[in-house]
Design a binder for this molecule. Sequence first.
Ligand code: SAM
Length: 300
Amino acid sequence: MNNTLTDNYGRVIKSLRISITKKCNLKCIYCHQEGENQAPAQEMTPETIARIVTAASVFGVDKVKFSGGEPLMREDFEEILARLPALKNISATTNGVLLSHRAASLADSGLDRVNVSLPSINKEHYGAITGSPNMLPRVIEGIDAAIDAGLTPVKLNMVLLKGINHSEIDDAINFTGRYDGSVILQLIELMNFRNISRFMVDIDSVERMLESRASHVNEREMHRRKKYFIDGVEVELVRPIDNSRFCASCNRLRVTSNGMLKPCLMRNDNLIEIKDGAMPEEIKELLRKAVLNREPFYKG
Ligand code: SAM
């Protein structure tokens, strides 16, 4: 029997994106909450998370990214990490507010890398986006602590918002450059989950600007994301919308905070529930089932 999780479109699953809580300490105006639209429910236990990851690893899934909500709102995040099997890459995406005190213990518990959401380094704009202008210095301390703890490369996630941070791309590149290669800037096209299309930027013009300034350009296998090298800074562009190439090379399966396998960020009509206490063989079967529910959202 084929020992990979391969969907009906030939896409082999290599990574899990696991939400571990719906709780968050910021109120970002754009947040898609990983596409979870159900009311907060019981969060998965560290044991259940470890079982899911272990079952997926049998099929060659060797990367996990934790998200939320804000994953650092889970005080047992270190325990979650410590229970995982050995994998190629374990990362988390965080708003960074609680990172400065936890970076070292998270690294000790097995975390390899972090993405930190940093939509602006301008206090006023940061506040307009997140609702918490005073948190910006703490987030920057968190980035420093992550670098000190070896959670590198740190990726800075900047969702582009017309009229707010769209004109700050240069500032973000300069800020990233200060970290001498331990930080990568990730520019993200806004996905309109909250009726906020007025903030959507013309992503083609951003791409043209990056192309004109880059000394060279690479392409990642995942989502065919382009990487631009500008003044020694690595800048990755994430443009999911209307992008059939993005979907065609998507190799991730999602898990919601309450333990549902979620084949696509954009849909909630094809979830598969993993009951608390499900045993490894059962979870493997549910993984196979969920993967067969996968379908590119944007098709070529
Ligand atoms: N609180 C954590 C954080 O800030 O990273 C994890 C949750 S957040 C949903 C995970 C990532 O999703 C963030 O880095 C953000 O860049 C991205 N994101 C959230 N809403 C988005 C949207 N509407 N469009 C594009 N990316 C979005």
